[in-house]
Write a protein that binds this ligand. Structure first.
Ligand code: NA7
Length: 542
């Protein structure tokens, strides 16, 4: 193992996924000395770890990509409308090389603690390799969906066959040929992995607790003319994306209520979106996520599609989602429902008959035992807060992130937390990021942070943290907006309900990408309203 290092830098960036790489690039361009840490053995974050078969982005590549470099977006070619994980990982690696970011990153190194020393006004960041780095600023780009979660099922550890989690897939891949395979979970990852494993395995058993809404992705290769057309319009596409709720130019901004149009008109609109291969169906009308009756129209539309596609009526009924469409992440799939028409696939409704125990060679529900050779956990993540709280983030005088967030995350603008100076969250809770095109949100956050640091350097300020009142107001605002929607009505990782014991708080800001950017910009224009600044401590650190 390499010898531990002890250094002083200007800024530490935690994570080398899309967020961390851009943060490294941007902070270095300010003339700051930056040290990046990455737990993985390569860059890529989400796209480094989630290598399961079928892993694919559910936003189109033309939009789910960096906009900060015109050269980059002109020179890179996406082969598919929805890029698969290997291609996205190649892109991220290209970016790391193209912008010479690798020298800034220490791989295979997990940050375990970050302690802000009040006397020196420096963060002391410690890693599992024994590194300590002192930095004036800490930028947490550690991801929203990066701490995998296994279910608490009795006997889980006793399973003797091979076990996988979609979010920690082996780099060398897995061959399921001839095996009896179980998949636990039916979220975004599961709906991607299930159709492919079904083609390989001798038999596949899917253990479903909550049926998701999933729409056909209609993925296809990108035609050269199509690519040329969007490359000519890139600027326009990026600007249009900023003016939407989801940060996706292709998603319309709804102006009408679902209830003010005829049933026929609605149906035509939903059919068009179903045919489009996007999750924009939640944005057809402006009240789909706030009004039960409006939502029922779109939910019913997709429920009926499930009944049309799945041949066995009992299986179809079990696959029909019951929550309000859009209140949990809507998935995009390729042949998901069709997969249940295969003779070698069994759906097990574990809401009706829960899993009681995992034995060395089977999963046993209240009704039946399913003998298995391999088990795939597609059981998701301790989302949004799990990774940050796994790091011991505190000040030398005893303020801890864990205490501050014990009843749910509290941030100002999703960017910072009161009591913890000079530590920034990229796409943190309280921001709209997880409900938007993540890359657009990442760029906006990193640009905001970089501008803030540049302003501080110029003005001779050494410390920044949100005022408590501003943070309280923001948290109230975020909660208030969510309460007016249907979102909190469904259990989801947005609410933390997928992790037993986690406070039930709707964590994302639902106001949308455009409104959020406006608030962030206004805060800056207003002299960083709600933030308190300070100068360096009088005694220079020893
Ligand atoms: P998700 O969307 O959180 O899905 C996890 C799935 O695993 C979901 O169907 C869960 O059912 C199921 N699950 C979780 N815990 C259990 C237990 N204890 N027993 C049975 N089933 C369980 O994670 P993904 O990886 O699919 O996707 C995460 C995000 O990545 C996604 O939203 C995109 O943004 C990309 P539940 O719904 O909790 O009943």
């Amino acid at each position: 193992a390499p010898a531990p290092r002890h250094r002083r830098v200007d800024a530490v960036v935690v994570g080398a996924g899309f967020g961390g790489l851009y943060a490294l690039h941007k902070l270095r361009s300010l003339g700051l000395e930056v040290q990046g840490f990455e737990a993985g053995s390569g860059v890529g974050g989400t796209w480094f770890w989630n290598r399961y078969p079928g892993a694919r982005c559910d936003f189109e590549s033309v939009e789910y990509s960096y906009s900060f470099s015109e050269e980059l977006q002109q020179e890179w070619s996406w082969s598919e409308r929805y890029a698969a994980q290997p291609e996205i990982l190649r892109y991220i690696n290209h970016v790391a090389d193209r912008f010479d970011l690798r020298p800034l990153i220490r791989l295979n190194t997990r940050v375990v603690s970050a302690v802000f020393d009040r006397a020196s006004a420096l963060w002391r960041v410690t890693t599992d390799a024994g590194d300590t780095v002192e930095a004036r600023y800490c930028v947490m780009a550690s991801g929203n969906l990066s701490t995998t979660k296994f279910p608490d099922i009795a006997g889980r550890e006793s399973f003797a066959g091979d076990c996988y989690h979609t979010g920690q897939w082996p780099a060398e891949g897995v061959d399921f040929t001839g095996l009896r395979v179980g998949v636990i979970g039916t979220g975004s990852s599961a709906i991607q992995v299930i159709p492919l494993v079904a083609q390989q395995a001798e038999h596949l058993v899917v253990f479903q607790r909550t049926p998701p809404y999933t729409l056909p992705a209609r993925n296809r290769p990108v035609a050269p003319q199509e690519e040329q057309a969007w490359k000519r319009r890139y600027n326009e596409i990026r600007e249009a994306a900023k003016r939407t709720i989801s940060g996706i130019a292709a998603f319309c901004k709804p102006t009408q209520s679902a209830l003010e149009v005829s049933e026929e008109e609605r149906r035509t609109a939903y059919e068009r979106h179903w045919g489009d291969g996007r999750t924009s169906i939640t944005r057809v009308y402006n009240d789909l996520l706030v009004n039960e009756a409006a939502n029922a129209t779109v939910s019913k539309f997709v429920q009926d599609k499930v009944r049309e596609i799945v041949k066995d009526p009992v299986v179809a009924e079990a696959l029909v989602p019951r929550h309000f469409l859009g209140t949990r992440r809507v998935c995009l799939d390729t042949d998901y429902y069709e997969t249940y028409n295969r003779a070698n696939v069994t759906l097990v409704d574990i809401q009706r008959a829960p899993i009681e125990v995992i034995t060395p060679d089977a999963v046993r529900t209240a009704e039946k035992e399913y003998p298995l050779d391999a088990l795939i956990f597609a059981t998701g993540f301790d989302a949004m807060t799990g990774t940050l709280l796994a790091i011991d983030i505190r000040t030398s005088d005893g303020v801890t992130l864990r205490d501050q967030w014990s009843a749910g995350p509290r941030t100002y603008l999703g960017l910072m937390t009161h009591g913890l100076p000079n530590i920034f969250f990229v796409t943190g809770p309280g921001s709209p990021s997880v409900l938007t095109n993540m890359i657009l949100s990442i760029e906006q956050h990193v640009d905001w942070i970089a501008q803030c640091l540049a302003d501080m350097e110029r003005n001779g300020q050494a410390l920044i943290e949100p005022e408590l009142a501003a943070q309280d107001d923001w948290v109230d605002h975020v909660n208030g907006l969510a309460a007016k929607t249907l979102y909190p009505r469904a259990n989801s990782w947005y609410l933390g309900t997928n992790v037993p014991g986690k406070p039930r708080v709707f964590m994302p800001y639902v106001g949308g990408a455009e409104a959020y950017r406006k608030v962030c910009d206004e805060v800056v224009a207003d002299g960083y309203r709600g933030f308190a600044f300070g100068t360096a401590p009088a005694t220079p650190p020893v």
